[in-house]
Design a protein around this ligand. Structure first.
Ligand code: ATR
Length: 278
């Protein structure tokens, strides 16, 4: 990479951020297209000051990750309708000091699922009712799925169902509703390090007809996905949501069509490298 005085900078802000795969994907894309861009990660605790600084430095694009996706909305100039509805943004584009926030988590999650199934008319159980669930249910609803939410705290599930006009709210032990689903999507942090030995629902609820999608991507193969795979169910890995969410970010920041193959290859190599070093 040839960094010089004309290099345009993009970045990710998060806390923690060291595990982020965004720099690998975006930089691979810049390299493949020969763009004079660079992408770095900033470990940010003070979001307000960070956004002020990034604006002052005229950083072109900002990817926002946990836990800042909601707070950033306070410091941007515009928020697009989708990010407003979801209540969170993972993407900020800087057009000469004018910051616009948007959300590509929902398209990322849908696109990953679309690779293995149609979505309209399918019955989906979403596990969890937090920030990640909001982007996922927004996309599912838009696509015409019948969405049930199962959550540890029923009240949070009920609120989500009400707000997005979904089908029903249940707890995580509702075997009947889970068994009947075509698609199960885990949006909770259960299964992610350090809870990598746990599953959000008992694995006995899984069936071979299910499509099981876990948005956790560290580890790539969660206990939930392992159990589903053993049953012969179709599985979708969490890194795909990340990947398909990064494509529109790349295109918004650079105004170039993303080199999908090169970016995916870089992501896969990095995940493999991390697994071998673990
Ligand atoms: P995110 O923004 O990443 O989605 P969040 O908003 O904190 O994070 O949401 C976390 C989700 O995971 C919630 O649905 C939470 O359930 P509660 O609403 O009951 O808090 C769920 N969750 C977190 N830890 C859990 C656990 N140990 N068992 C079951 N669900 C859990």
């Amino acid at each position: 990479m040839n960094i010089n005085a004309k290099t345009k900078l993009c970045c990710i802000i998060g806390d923690p951020v060291e595990h982020s795969l965004s720099p690998i994907m975006h930089n691979a894309g810049y390299q493949a297209l020969g763009l004079n861009f660079a992408f770095v990660a900033f470990h940010v605790k003070d979001v307000k000051k960070a956004i002020e600084g990034l604006r002052a430095l005229n950083v072109r694009g900002i990817v926002v990750t946990v836990p800042h996706k909601i707070e950033v909305l306070k410091y941007v100039d515009n928020t697009d309708e989708t990010a407003k509805k979801i209540g969170a943004a993972n993407t900020i584009v800087n057009d000469n000091g004018m910051l616009t926030a948007s959300n590509t988590d929902w398209t990322g999650s849908l696109e990953a699922l679309r690779k293995v199934t149609s979505i309209a008319g399918k019955t989906v159980v979403v596990l969890g009712a937090g920030g990640a669930a909001r982007a996922v249910v927004y996309g599912l609803k838009k696509e015409g799925a019948i969405v049930n939410v199962c959550n540890r705290t029923i009240q949070n599930a009920e609120e989500l169902v009400e707000e997005f006009d979904l089908n029903g709210a249940y707890t995580l032990d509702n075997k009947e509703i889970i068994i009947k689903a075509d698609i199960i999507i885990n949006t909770t942090s259960v299964g992610m390090e350090p809870k990598q030995d746990e599953t959000p629902i008992p694995v006995e609820y899984l069936q071979s007809h299910h499509i099981v999608y876990d948005i956790v991507y560290v580890p790539k193969e969660t206990e939930l996905l392992k159990a589903a795979k053993n049953l012969g169910a179709k599985v979708v890995y969490g890194d795909k949501m990340l990947f398909y969410g990064a494509i529109p970010q790349f295109e918004l920041f650079t105004q170039n069509k993303a080199p999908i193959k090169e970016m995916e290859k870089a992501l896969d190599l990095e995940i493999e490298r991390k697994k071998n070093n673990a």
